[in-house]
Design a protein around this ligand. Structure first.
Ligand SMILES: [Zn+2]
Ligand SMILES: [Zn+2]
Length: 421
């Protein structure tokens, strides 16, 4: 036997037994995107590496350790996208989308790629849904992005969600806070983890979101950025919080919610599911007032979020939330004899054109085996056609749920099946 080939490490097949759940989820998410009047954007799964180096940040773990980067046959460095914001902003700039409306509201459900160490729940090809609102610095856009994310999770039945909020300030006020942070950590600097000792000099805000126990302990009492925001940033943050109050979306302030990069500004948020004791973020987002400009576009702001599909599915399954039903055919054609086999091809075509999901025997099975198959796949009706039926232009239709059987003229099949359901 030839050698079997498996999925690459950290990837998975989504088989029919599960794919209907993905379709359900994608449909429901798109419904809410539509209600908020977002438009879907699709970008290539690979881009020039430089886009992510500049758009995600040279110093981030993603760019330094996790990207799938390769040289194409022309010697150009390409990368499978590790996240979507940079690609959406690239498209916004490339197509001058600001000409098509001052504010662009773009949504996506797309695969992303990161070569992380394989571990439970971390895939190397994973799916995210999210949005970007481009072209406005107004706090109402932040509120809309957060409200949309919350609405999706509510709509899907998730409860016990916590919204964590912070503001990371702007290039005007952040340097002050950096100084405050360094000052308050200067006596314990040597006890921080090695990464954070580097961060102390390069990017002290990142010390706050270090996951190491020792760093969390040492930063417990350091002041949050909130007290050091400039007037504009404070006003923006208050307006966002007020909007959330109006919408009755509860939130908690979390000083540890920081973004490492300079083009992230003001609002940062995270939605965490506290169900089943897990503290996993199901969604993260925030505002980026410098990114479009940094990537060669006009000086306009953006705000958005991204959420992982796989994690969402795991939580929904654990909680027994609805995830759609595997599709069942309405009709299974049971045929006996060569003429009948040909006739049911035509009948199936007619019923399919009337909108019914139909199946017929492709494997040359006996009538008994065909009946068994009809039951196994959960068909609602078996439409039985043999020589007798052909001569009368009439099928025997068996309702597989209640066992009743009726003679139905071929031409009346769509009508009968519709009525009898
Ligand atoms: Zn500021
Ligand atoms: Zn640390």
């Amino acid at each position: 036997m030839a050698k079997k080939i498996q999925t690459p490490r950290g990837t998975q097949d989504i088989l029919p037994e599960e794919s209907y759940q993905w379709l359900y989820l994608e449909n429901e998410i798109r419904k809410i995107f539509n209600r908020f009047d977002f438009f879907e954007i699709r970008t290539p799964v690979f881009e020039e590496t430089e886009l992510f180096a500049r758009g995600v940040g040279e110093t981030t773990d993603i760019v330094q350790k996790e990207m799938y980067t390769f040289e194409d046959r022309g010697g150009k460095s390409m990368t499978l996208r590790p996240e979507m914001t940079a690609s959406v902003v690239r498209a916004y700039i490339q197509h001058a989308l600001w000409n098509q409306g001052a504010v662009q509201k773009l949504s996506y459900i797309s695969p992303m790629f990161r070569q992380e160490r394989p571990q439970a729940g971390r895939l190397r090809q994973f799916y995210q849904f999210g949005v970007e609102i481009l072209g406005t610095p107004g706090p109402v856009a932040d509120v809309e992005a957060i409200a949309l994310a919350m609405e999706i999770f509510n709509h899907l039945g998730l409860r016990n969600l916590t919204l964590r909020m912070n503001s990371v300030g702007c290039p005007k006020c952040r340097p002050n806070y950096r100084a405050v942070l360094r000052e308050s950590l200067k006596n314990v600097k040597g006890r921080l983890c090695p990464d954070c000792q580097v961060r102390y000099d390069t990017n002290p805000l990142r010390i706050l979101d270090c996951k190491k126990e020792i760093c969390r302990k040492l930063t417990e009492d350091v002041p949050g950025i909130e007290d050091y925001l400039c007037e504009e940033c404070r006003g923006h943050f208050n307006a966002v919080k007020n909007g959330l109050k109006v919408l009755e979306i509860p939130y908690t302030s979390d000083k540890r919610l920081v973004r490492g990069l300079d083009y992230y500004t003001r609002t940062a948020f995270e939605i965490v599911s506290t169900e089943l004791g897990s503290q996993d973020a199901v969604c993260g987002g925030g505002r980026y007032d410098r990114l479009v400009f940094e990537l060669g576009g006009p000086d306009v702001s953006g705000v958005g979020f991204a959420a992982g599909m796989e994690r969402l599915l795991v939580i929904m399954r654990k909680n027994g939330l609805p995830l759609g039903e595997p599709p069942r055919p309405e009709v299974y054609f049971v045929s006996l004899g060569e003429n009948a086999k040909t006739a049911v091809l035509k009948l199936a075509q007619q019923l399919r054109r009337s909108g019914f999901r139909c199946e017929l025997d492709l494997a040359g099975r006996s009538v008994k085996a065909q009946m068994r198959e009809a039951n196994r796949i959960g068909a609602l009706f078996a439409v039985i056609v043999g020589e007798d039926e052909l001569s009368k232009n009439e099928a025997q239709v068996k309702n597989l749920e209640n066992g009743t059987q009726t003679g139905v003229p071929f031409g009346k099949l769509p009508e009968f099946i519709r009525r009898d359901q």
